[in-house]
Design a protein around this ligand. Sequence first.
Ligand code: NDP
Ligand code: BG6
Length: 497
Amino acid sequence: MATQFDENTVITIFGASGDLSKKKTFPALFGLYREGYLNPTTKIIGYARSKLSNEDLREKVKPFLKKPNGAKDDAKVNEFLSMVSYHAGPYDSDEGYLELKKIIEEFEAEKKVDEPHRLFYLALPPSIFIDVCSKLKENLYTESGIQRVIVEKPFGHDLQSATELQEKLAPLFSEDELFRIDHYLGKEMVKNLLLMRFGNTFLNAAWNKENIQSVQVVFKEPFGTEGRGGYFDSIGIIRDVMQNHLLQVLTLLTMERPVSFDPESVRDEKVKVLKAFSPIDHDDILIGQYGRSVDGSKPSYLDDETVKEDSKCVTFAAIGFKIANERWDGVPIVMRAGKALNEGKVEIRIQFRRVASGMFTDIPNNELVIRIQPNEAIYLKCNAKTPGLANENQTTELDLTYSERYKNYWIPEAYESLIRDALLGDHSNFVRDDELDVSWKLFTPLLNYLEGPDGPQPKIYPYGCRSPDGLVEFLADHGYTFSKPGSYQWPVTTPKM
Ligand code: NDP
Ligand code: BG6
């Protein structure tokens, strides 16, 4: 059963008129409210420059407030919206903040709040993070009570800009008060990694170079950058999802056992393993950019008028990693991510070494697949006797498909889970400053090389293909053994994202 906490919390969403707020932040707050994890006494204030009324904002977000199955619950939606108001004001001058201060203080006085609990959510472009944080600190910070600030990615563009950003933020808010959101850390299967790895003797025992042949973290999206090309052109797939989301996944997958679930113990281990990553070898990558689909119905990346006509922006990358520690030394690790591919999925593939020959001549490797999305699942491809008289092997699976096993469970959306953590002050699933520093140190030399004058030309791959040419060979070179065509059959069709 849901627990209630802190009454009369004030949540202010900066950038409330924007896309992220509408699609993620408000729906997440609604989800928490619907499930009983947001106290009905909470006051939610949207703040942005656009001149909107309370009703305008409510109407804007209303279509996105749904139950997990997509159904509407008008009564709950209306209750929730009655907690929401809007205030228009600038980001870079005091006037709007002073008005906001008055609104918040009036609410807290009326409710007789001694120790304010204020959460500020910055759903804003990074160019104004610092302005807003400075104004917040000046005008809305109280010495007593709790103030927390959630900031959205990107946290910098490279090591230097991330360091500068951090140097400006640090004097304003302490690490305890800052919550750098990486929404992948709020996904159910990502949160499951620690428990699965360290809560199962058999997995824990096999999680090392003696047993594991290769590791892959895979991100595929079936759509391109349509409409976001201008933004994406200076970002590319490596900054967009690899340096942050996928590296977080890889870190949780490869770190040592923390002493407890305590946030700092977990984050200490993450930083430690990141420091053991070898520098990325510029020759150990495969990069691509999507062209038109084979039938010509889908545009190429360069067809987007908002991108440079000779852009070398990378929309697909496969990167080989090495971790120089006792557990992982010599195990090839591949992170691959691409837009405009044949399907949408995010998964982890751990392929185990072959069993000794002799008894067997040609028996497939075990493979553990953790599907983060869509349709969360964990399956272990293993070998078993085909039922019947013959003594033949068949590759089958130990299967945990969440929609089957956990039919009646509410699986929170990433933002629901993370906003709740921030309200409770739990930093476990947020990015710490030193983590950010090490991750940028790892990726910046590669980005400088790719974006520098001698940077290679990405291979063009057709929109909608499974992977760019060369990926099969790249994976094979990194220890991945492909199953023989037709040797493994899954009886159920996996829903497409
Ligand atoms: P697949 O056979 O789809 O893929 C295995 C791996 O080989 C993937 O990494 C895939 O890459 C790669 N690969 C294969 N052929 C190529 C190629 N031509 N080019 C590039 N890469 C290639 O997955 P599984 O064997 O794990 O499972 C088979 C099917 O069964 C899947 O649809 C899976 O979802 C389903 N299944 C579902 C379960 C569940 O829902 N609980 C349980 C077990 C199986 P890429 O990913 O890029 O295609
Ligand atoms: C965002 C990226 O951070 O993550 C997007 O900017 C990407 O380009 C998205 O599509 C993927 O998130 P999810 O939760 O849809 O897998």
